[in-house]
Design a protein around this ligand. Structure first.
Ligand code: PLP
Length: 272
């Protein structure tokens, strides 16, 4: 079982090496049940309905065989950080017709074409150049895409995402992109064991959303807050997350260093 989260002054970001690796459908069922139970408990602490929190399993680095096991355990929408890795998996598992893919990592404009082809959702929109590239490719494909604006709530300069002060103007520019359906905000909190500082990131995202919701342009929805991962999703739920992106607590510890996925990972604190 995953380490219990009973010490609420600390996140589980130092537990990363310890998540047990799921190797069977049963393992996946058990890990998913455990995460769902923790989601429910976090909701109960703050009087929320668990139906208002969507669990997005994150399958980055996981091979096709184990992804298929997680599919058998019920996963139907999977998060991937790197576009090419996601595209490769989408192509290889096209036989699973109801398996959909959410791109949750930074996108370069030259890969917008791929995202427009296969993604069900894009959670890391942080520039007009990417919005333009996606719009053009989506028009060609005759598709629309759910998108989330990524906000940098940790203040780390090397992290992706818009500074909170730039988000209002960014939202005002989005209605011209008719193929992008804006659903809300996404953030990565500080990768720290200090629960107080991690919580501040989540509070910042919620407060920004609450403030901008009133002035959001027509067609720009800000209902969703995608925040929280294996080490901190319970805190994120207490602060209003509607989507939690959980990889290692479902699939098991990754051996690939997080720095491969996040530019600043590891800068902040020593990791075990
Ligand atoms: C990898 C990743 C996650 C999930 O992290 P885990 O520690 O595996 O739960 C969440 N969000 C993003 C953007 C990621 O790249």
């Amino acid at each position: 079982m995953n380490a219990g989260h009973t010490d609420f002054s600390s996140t589980l970001h130092d537990q990363h090496g310890r998540w047990p690796r799921a190797e069977s459908v049963e393992d996946f069922r058990r890990n998913l049940a455990s995460v769902h139970a923790r989601i429910a408990a976090a909701c109960q602490r703050v009087g929320r309905d668990p139906a208002g929190v969507r669990l997005l399993p994150v399958s980055k680095t996981v091979d096709e065989g184990r992804i298929r096991l997680s599919y058998s355990a019920g996963c139907r929408l999977l998060g991937e950080n790197k576009v090419q890795e996601a595209y490769r998996k989408w192509s290889a598992m096209a036989d699973l017709a109801d398996l959909r893919w959410s791109v949750i990592g930074h996108l370069q404009t030259n890969k917008a074409k791929l995202v427009a082809q296969f993604a069900a959702e894009f959670q890391a929109l942080d520039s007009l150049r990417v919005a333009e590239a996606l719009e053009r490719r989506l028009q060609t494909e005759g598709r629309a895409l759910d998108v989330f604006v990524q906000v940098n709530t940790s203040g780390e300069t090397s992290k992706y995402g818009l500074p909170p002060d730039d988000v209002a103007a960014f939202l005002r520019a989005l209605p011209t992109f008719s193929a992008l359906r804006v659903r809300g905000f996404m953030t990565l909190a500080l990768l720290s064991t200090d629960a107080v500082r991690v919580r501040q990131c989540f509070v910042r995202l919620r407060e920004l959303r609450d403030r901008l919701r009133q002035e959001a342009p027509d067609g720009v929805g800000l209902d969703e807050l995608s925040m929280g991962m294996s080490g901190d999703y319970e805190i994120a739920i207490e602060e209003g997350a509607t989507i939690v992106r959980v990889g290692q607590a479902i699939y098991g510890a990754r051996s690939t260093p997080d720095a491969y996925y996040w530019p600043s990972a590891g800068d902040e604190e020593p990791r075990s």
